[in-house]
Design a protein around this ligand. Sequence first.
Ligand code: NI
Ligand code: MN
Length: 225
Amino acid sequence: MKITWFGHAAFLLEGSKKILIDPFLSGNPMSPVKPDEVDADLILVTHGHGDHLGDAVEISKRCKAPIVCIYELSVLLGRKGAETIGMNIGGTAKIEDVEVTMVKAVHSADVVENEIISAGDPVGFVVKMDGVSVYHAGDTDVFMDMQLIGGLYKPKVALLPIGDFYTMGIKGALKAVELIKPEIVIPMHYNTFPPIKQNPEEFKEKAEKMGVKVVILKPGESLEV
Ligand code: NI
Ligand code: MN
């Protein structure tokens, strides 16, 4: 599987399918690609905040790729014309040979337009494709149930926010590594905006003392796992 980071929480997982997660591209100062430059078979959205929902509806329509998200958000996105797969926490959607499991996250999740629209809970995802499991934590603080996610789904790779302010920072992310026990961690959700300025090298140095490999990607870079 090839994992490409587009900055912030936006990733493309490429294997037997192309799975785009949290495609915040046009408004993302770190993204090296525009929404019309990415292809996807499936789009996963962790919650309705603009920096995660991003360009999902537009890409979904162009690529005829369904958006997998929590049920309430799927209703809202369906009204915008996207094809959706609305599921809920603890469930696994089997899309041909890919398994997408929705897991808990600790954050807020309303869609903010002219008014604030309730849009279900925030989530993370574990994607199993070509025999490899990847955990995208979404926006979250560390929580003890990450131990369950690690134990149940044994993700080889964890994509974890480290930016602080809107999510856990380095201290929380180090505890998350201890709970999840992945082989590889890719830090995300940092340095996009001033409030989430963070030094990923500090996270790498501390996490690698715990025996996990940390891969710091630049936006547009990929890791083959
Ligand atoms: Ni958020
Ligand atoms: Mn966010």
